[in-house]
Design a protein. Sequence first.
Length: 355
Amino acid sequence: MSPPYVMKRTDIKKLVEAASNEYDVFGPVKKRSKHVFGKIDNPDNLVMDYDSTILSPRKYFQPQNEVMMSFDLEENKVEDTLDELRAMRPRLLMAVHSCDLNGILHLDRVFGGEYTDKYYFARREKTTIVGINCLDSCEYGFCRSMNTHHVVEGYDLFLTPISGDRYYVQVGTAKGEHLVHMARDIFQEAGPEDFGAFKAALKHKNESLPHEVDVEGINEYLDLSFHHEFWDKMAEDCVNCGACAMVCPTCYCYDVVDDLDLSLTSADRTRKWDACLFQEFALVAGGHNFRESPAARFKYRFYHKMRGFAHDQGILGCTGCGRCTAACPSDISIKDVLKELSGIWEVAPTAQGGK
């Protein structure tokens, strides 16, 4: 196990410059009043202290549109893009928050299940991740309620801001150790005083991050609520635009289409993001739709996040990043939905010991 290090916060630029010789570097950059993950061609553009990003880093492992293979219909040939992915330049992903690291770990479970997704893991294996600790709450986030405000894996390096304008650096993998050695002069092994500053930072984090939503018993609440009028009421404002699914770090649904060239001589098989809130999502042959009403689709999204994912993966499918609330044009807050749902059954006779 590698020892922890400390580095000056201003030396992040030196780390990016050194890494650029070997990696394509990506990280949070300013986009008007928001932040997005983008290519870092100039280290000055990297923003380490940011609230949230519009989209999560999911897009680097499961792109919005991905050509999986191409067809030459004249030569009767198929060209898979896997070899191209495996040969691509390594990538460095900077300043990933704990909630998003947990989101990536969620995706690892999904795409590494019974049928391993080789396209996803080709990108995953080519990526080195530098995480950063959030010591203060963001506008819409509730990561502490979802227990995603900390992380013990999923990163190669993990930075915690400490006193003296420094970072306390934890090394998670051999990839992280390699990154340290690329700019060895900016890293110093941490001493007792540095560890004390690290503990003080964690204490501040523990005091500043609120616990806003109680998800204990959420599975039981959902089981009891499947036919409750609550869902029709909550869905009245939902326009089924799918924005919440597009920005979610753990949504992974996709559609696969074959795009035929107008010349009828070639085609691409493309995987595209999809969402359970879209009317066509559950549409099958014969015109039958398993979730035809907007309320049914709204309810399904919550059941999958809070019930289905827990059943399949043993964890809830929400990281508490709050992006869905920020993106919703109807101002639907996932925190409010969960609070109201739990409130229904906390006052019910079964929740009071049968009285």
